[in-house]
Design a protein around this ligand. Structure first.
Ligand SMILES: Nc1ncnc2c1ncn2[C@@H]1O[C@H](COP(=O)(O)OP(=O)(O)OP(=O)(O)O)[C@@H](O)[C@H]1O
Length: 984
């Protein structure tokens, strides 16, 4: 029996040993082998002639191509893990959904190049191994493309492998009617598949994999999937990957037997998979080390999670000259090799063109809406939802349906477009799509961005005009009022406007109107400039307030220039604008946003330029002086005292002039402009001059306070503080103490009179006093002042920790330092500890602001514990300070290098002290290295310390027996010392 069976096998399968001879495209290699065993039994039952008939019948079915999964095209291990798991468990689960009775399709739509085929090959591979796959078909096959009939043939062939009764039933049907073997697909389902489904076991699922359905242009395949699949039993599972082509989606979406797969294949969630892929590919190259971590990160970000782009870039740089440089150029959009090469950007663009070419370019309505909607999508500065886009375009008659219609047709070139959620932002698939459409696509696909910038700049202005009103945005008007010219009034607070509190088009318009205007090459038309004039010139307050509140940047001045052809504004309008600019400038300055305040204050001053030779009235002159003063102050804050000085001097001149004729009105303005001049001179280190000014200011405020104590006492306090500061800077420390004492007393009285005053003013004057007392060598008194300051801060923190915690930490830090300078190091430690604790909390919320303070605290604390003899604790604090300062130096070496060098130097010394001299060496080396750099820029400031560092380093080296090196260090030290003046 055995021999006979074997002989029969040879005869039946022919020389290629395939059971399903003539069906070589069939996908189930494992199933072939399994079926071969079973065929032995069949032959025993039917005899040789029957076997030949069976094979003849099966041969009639043919040999479709493009139906085999390919392990070389499968996903890289470790990618698409979630997708594979979700799909295979759905496909193999026997659980039937209660809502449908027949077979179901899992529809996995994904945009172009997102890795659908890779996923399809992987799924088929996995399910073939587990014995669930019946057949597969890949419509993107490079040879002759499979047809619907090819699909039904492989389905029938696959069913033949399930078991012998099924095969027998199928064969009998073919033998009975041979035309069925080449019948249309629907008939094959009807007459070959459906009749045998009752014979199929119900203990497993039968999975069919279909990929690239969108490449199948004949609707007969779509009809099969739509109309015949539900008639198959529920054990059938179809996994279908496709681009969301309009035709495919029209047939399949929203059918009860079709389930949409929810995991996206591009975008944020795919970046990790693309990263794995990139890293794997680079690991096989000999240039991998040339790709820095930063470049790799930029590459991954730029991929936007799109496999095809990443793969095309990798292929391109593999074959280029200067791999890393070319990659950097591609990322920066600066590689002409990339854009001009057929196999690089050209490959992607061919695909985009192929997709676009399938759309309805003869239909004028489509072309018109394509231009508007896709034109908008490629020109927008940030994505909008279809609802937002329709609202923005409502003046041009565009509806949500228009946007939706076009997006549905172009879904393949969008990133995860949501059919159901009109509020989800619409993203183009990838930047390469935008670049193609704007720069290289042929007509009629090409988009002219200039046209769309023009539309969008107009539409943004219309949205602002329509929606930026006090009725719709109630916070508007917060900067309004005459407070702006009154220096004794506090700057108004800027209320925060969150994105959710504005409509999408309004938010967008406030943020991006500028960019659209900037992108216009030609001059805008009359409609545009009229709108711009109304919003930017005639009433700029709402847009400026909204910009400040949403933290967006509106470049008013350059926008104004766009309407200058109408000539400069009248004096009345100029004054109105200047007032608005100064009010917003002050608000921004008060919110520590001086960089944003600056252009407004410059704009305010320049409003008066056309009228500089006219005789302005007193009020206008005073307002100009105030504008100049604020501008000077702002420049001074931004570390540009040289630029500030001329403005402030101009203000002082105007005020002095006016005070001759209008003493009362001009005195306050004069005091304020002089006060600002004092700040500027201090910043310029011209302390003597600043002192003279501060004396004059104090005198003016003393006069002013007589008539209006309530109004001017705070400014009088500030005048005292400024004067004390200048005195201290002029090394007149005792005098500084006296002046600051007057301020302290004034502040105490103010608090007695008005219990609403918080004590924040007093605490600052106490802290200044403590500093001047230290400088005057009156250290114990300084400690008393600091002590009082700490107590006041504690009270303030009790009421409002968020606001005052950082002040308390500073005060504790100073207190510790004062105690240390009084040789009370043990008393200093608890204060220092408390400061560190608070600063750690502050750093957790806002590292960039508070890390430098924390590093200072840790650095000092290490010093205190060292002085207290607690040497084992020291290293930990020192180490923390070094770590933070390393981070700070990374971002701003100029500012933090000296501090890092000190920290490293102390760390080395502490390690040496702990008997860890070998550990000290690298710290000491790094400290010396940084010092050398600092010395190169400023030898006189840094050479003494370098000599000191070298001295210590020599001691460490000697401790390790490295005498030669120690000698070398000492030689360099001596060399430096011989150059230094005697006292150093
Ligand atoms: N998970 C993955 N692991 C490794 N390579 C992948 C993966 N996914 C995609 N690729 C590679 O990225 C490229 C694009 O993938 P694929 O052809 O599968 O995309 P697609 O969505 O089917 O494209 P199209 O829309 O053109 O049909 C292919 O060369 C593929 O090998």
């Amino acid at each position: 029996m055995q021999n006979r069976a074997e002989r029969s096998y040879d005869a039946a399968t022919g020389s290629d040993r395939s059971i399903l001879y003539g069906a070589s495209g069939f996908t189930l290699h494992n199933a072939h082998l399994q079926t071969a065993d079973r065929i032995n039994n069949t032959y025993n039952i039917h005899g040789d002639s029957k076997v030949i008939e069976v094979n003849e019948a099966l041969r009639l079915l043919g040999n479709p191509k493009g139906c085999a999964w390919d392990p070389a095209r499968a996903c890289l291990d470790g990618t698409r893990v979630v997708h594979i798991e979700a799909i295979t468990s759905w496909a193999t689960s026997l659980e039937a959904e209660p809502t449908t009775s027949g077979a179901r399709i899992l529809l996995v739509p994904g945009p172009a190049g997102s890795g659908k085929s890779a996923l399809a090959h992987t799924i088929c591979k996995e399910l073939s191994r587990s014995g669930h796959l019946v057949c597969s078909v890949f419509f993107d096959h490079t040879g002759p493309q499979p047809t619907a009939e090819d699909f039904t043939v492989v389905l029938v062939q696959g069913l033949c492998t399930v078991d012998d009764p099924v095969k027998k039933a199928i064969v009998e049907l073919i033998i009975k009617n041979k035309t069925l073997a080449s019948a249309p697909a629907s008939r094959q389902i009807e007459d070959l598949v459906l009749p045998i489904v009752a014979n199929l076991p119900s203990t497993r699922t039968f999975v069919v994999g279909i990929d690239a359905l969108d490449e199948q242009r004949n609707p007969s395949m779509l009809k099969l999937l739509r109309d015949y699949v539900p008639r198959l039993p529920s054990t059938f599972r179809f996994v279908l990957t496709t681009r969301p082509d309009p035709l495919v989606m029209q047939y399949l979406e929203n059918r009860p037997h079709i389930i949409s797969f929810l995991h996206p294949l591009v975008g944020e969630s795919s970046k990790a998979d693309v990263k794995t892929f990139i890293v794997d590919r680079l690991s096989m190259t000999d240039y991998q080390t040339a790709i820095s971590a930063k470049l790799l990160k930029a590459f991954i970000v730029k991929s936007e999670g799109l496999f095809l782009w990443a793969e095309t870039v990798l292929n391109h740089i593999d074959n280029t000259y200067g791999h890393a440089e070319e990659l950097a150029d591609i990322i920066d959009g600066a590689s002409s090799d990339w854009t001009k090469t057929e196999t690089a950007a050209g490959k992607l663009e061919k695909l985009y063109e192929h997709i676009l070419s399938k759309l309805r370019w003869n239909n004028d309505r489509f072309v018109e809406k394509y231009n508007i909607v896709i034109g908008a999508l490629v020109t927008l500065q940030e994505p909008l939802s279809r609802r937002g886009l329709a609202e923005l375009y409502s003046p041009d008659g565009i509806t949500e349906d228009d946007v939706h219609g076009i997006c549905m047709l172009l879904r393949t070139l969008l990133k995860d477009y949501s059919k159901d959620d009109p509020t989800r932002p619409i993203h183009l698939l990838h930047l390469s799509v935008q670049e193609y459409l704007v720069q290289r696509a042929p007509q009629p696909f090409r988009i002219d961005c200039e046209v769309h910038h023009k539309s969008l700049s107009r539409l943004c202005l219309l949205a602002i005009q329509r929606e930026l009103t006090p009725a719709k945005v109630p916070i508007l008007g917060y900067s309004d009022g005459d407070w702006v010219w009154d220096v004794t009034k506090k700057n108004r607070k800027i209320p925060v406007l969150l994105r959710a509190s504005l409509t999408e088009p309004l938010w967008y318009s406030i943020h991006h109107v500028n960019a659209h205007w900037r992108s216009l090459r030609e001059e805008a038309g009359k409609e545009h400039t009229t709108l711009l004039r109304e919003i930017i010139v005639e009433n700029p307050r709402p847009i400026l307030e909204a910009a400040a509140s949403t933290r967006s940047k509106v470049d008013m001045i350059s926008l104004q220039h766009k309407v200058w052809p109408h000539g400069p504004p009248s004096l009345a309008l100029a004054r109105r604008m200047a007032k608005i600019y100064v009010s917003l400038g002050r608000c921004l300055y008060g919110a520590n946003r001086a960089a944003e305040a600056l252009p407004l204050l410059q704009g305010a001053v320049s409003q008066y330029t056309p009228y500089k030779d006219d005789n302005l009235d007193t009020t206008a002159e005073l307002q100009l002086a105030a504008s100049l003063t604020w501008l000077g102050l702002c420049l001074c804050y931004l570390d540009c005292p040289d630029d500030a000085l001329p403005h402030v001097e101009k203000a002082v001149t105007i005020c002095r002039q006016l005070s001759l004729t209008h003493a009362n009105e001009a005195r306050v303005a004069l005091a304020y402009s002089l006060e600002t001049k004092g700040h500027v001179l201090d910043k310029l280190k011209r302390y003597d001059k600043a002192y003279d000014i501060d004396v004059e200011v104090l005198d003016l405020y003393r006069q002013l306070v007589v008539a209006h104590p309530e109004k001017f006492q705070h400014r009088l306090g500030l005048a005292l503080r400024n004067l004390a500061w200048s005195l201290d800077a002029c090394k007149k420390h005792e005098e500084a103490v006296v002046v600051t004492q007057e301020e302290v007393e004034l502040r105490r009285k103010m608090m007695e009179r008005d219990t609403q005053i918080s004590g924040a003013g007093l605490v600052m004057s106490l802290e200044s006093q403590a500093r001047y007392l230290i400088n005057a060598k009156r250290k114990p008194e300084a400690v008393e002042c600091s002590q009082e300051a700490v107590e006041i801060w504690r009270r303030l923190v009790h009421d409002n920790p968020e606001k005052f915690n950082s002040g308390l930490a500073d005060s504790l830090y100073n207190m510790a330092s004062d105690l240390y300078s009084c040789d009370r190091v043990a008393d200093a430690i608890p204060f220092s500890c408390e400061a560190i604790k608070i600063r750690h909390q502050l750093v957790a919320n806002n590292p960039s602001t508070f890390e430098p303070d924390l590093a200072n605290s840790l650095y000092n604390h290490a010093m205190y514990t060292r002085m207290a003899g607690r040497i084992t604790e020291v290293v930990g604090y020192g180490q923390d300070a070094v770590e933070i300062r390393h981070r700070l130096v990374h971002d701003d070496p100029e500012k933090f290098n000296a501090g890092l060098a000190d920290s490293l130097h102390n760390m080395a010394s502490d390690l040496d002290e702990c008997g860890r001299v070998a550990d000290a060496i690298p710290y000491s080396c790094e400290a010396i290295q940084i010092r050398r750099k600092l010395v190169a820029n400023d030898p006189s400031a840094f050479e003494p310390d370098l000599a000191n560092y070298l001295n210590n380093h020599a001691i460490y080296l000697e401790g390790l027996g490295r005498t030669e090196e120690a000698l070398e260090c000492r030689r360099e030290r001596d060399d430096i010392q011989s150059r230094l003046p005697a006292q150093s």
